[in-house]
Design a protein around this ligand. Structure first.
Ligand code: URA
Length: 235
């Protein structure tokens, strides 16, 4: 991911952002062999060779966190409408982490945050079929017939959804909580699936990626994942 050079230098522990501006203006920073003397130039430390005084910058440590996203937060790095963004919740995290995929503004739950572009691609790539588990509280009580339609796949935006696994968890009278496991990640997929069978989603929460569940993480909390835990995402 591209960032301003002064931010990259500061993050690498070379200096503060203010000092980095001076170092850039003094011609002490190179990107892919070229001296950069203007401020505002962006580079991608994962893809480009950045040097300070002729020495390559240390590569950023790759990290991945599991965040329990609250409702009302957007999963983008900037929001032109000024709504709260998920990265603002990552207090004390010095790596520039970004969300892996998306969750709707109104959806809460498990969201991976990483600075590792390859990892993010592996999780999102359809060929890896990473399972995502949701709890959807839907209006009314969907019949088994309707749930099995969703399980087999329905046409959304002209394309059939992949088979899903659904199971009723609880009936609340006017609404029902259904567990949904899918490995696709189409925009608003779970909401569209239930809307298509006439049982709109009232509340939606993602509770797991693969075998990695939210566990005891409370809303707005996050924790760093170990390599062992990351493997569970793909199981
Ligand atoms: N499906 C949805 O409808 N919304 C989400 O945020 C995630 C999956």
């Amino acid at each position: 991911m591209e960032e301003r050079l002064q931010k990259i230098l500061a993050r690498a522990g070379i200096c503060s952002r203010r000092q980095a501006e001076k170092l850039i203006l003094a011609g002490r920073v190179k990107v892919d062999g070229q001296v950069i003397k203007e401020l505002g130039v962006k580079a991608d430390p994962a893809q480009q060779r950045i040097e300070f005084d002729g020495k390559p910058l240390p590569k950023p440590t790759l990290v991945c966190y599991l965040l329990n996203k609250p409702r009302g937060y957007v999963t983008t790095m900037k929001d032109p409408q000024g709504r709260p963004i998920v990265s603002a919740l990552m207090k004390g995290v010095k790596e520039r982490v970004f969300p892996v995929g998306r969750l709707d503004l109104d959806t809460e739950g498990a969201l991976l945050m990483t600075n590792d572009g390859d990892l993010s691609q592996r999780i999102l790539h359809p060929s890896n079929e990473v399972k995502k588990t949701y709890l959807a509280r839907v209006s009314g009580r969907p019949s088994h017939k309707k749930l099995s339609e969703l399980e087999k796949g329905i046409i959304l935006d002209g394309k059939k959804t992949w088979p899903a696994k659904l199971r009723i968890i609880k009936s609340h009278g006017a609404s029902t909580t259904v567990e949904v496991v899918i490995h696709e990640g189409r925009k608003r997929q779970v909401r569209l699936m239930f809307a298509a069978i006439g049982h709109p989603v009232l509340e939606l929460k993602r509770i797991a990626y693969g075998k990695l569940g939210l566990g005891v993480l409370r809303v707005s909390e996050f924790r760093k994942l170990s390599a062992h835990e990351l493997k569970k995402v793909f199981k």
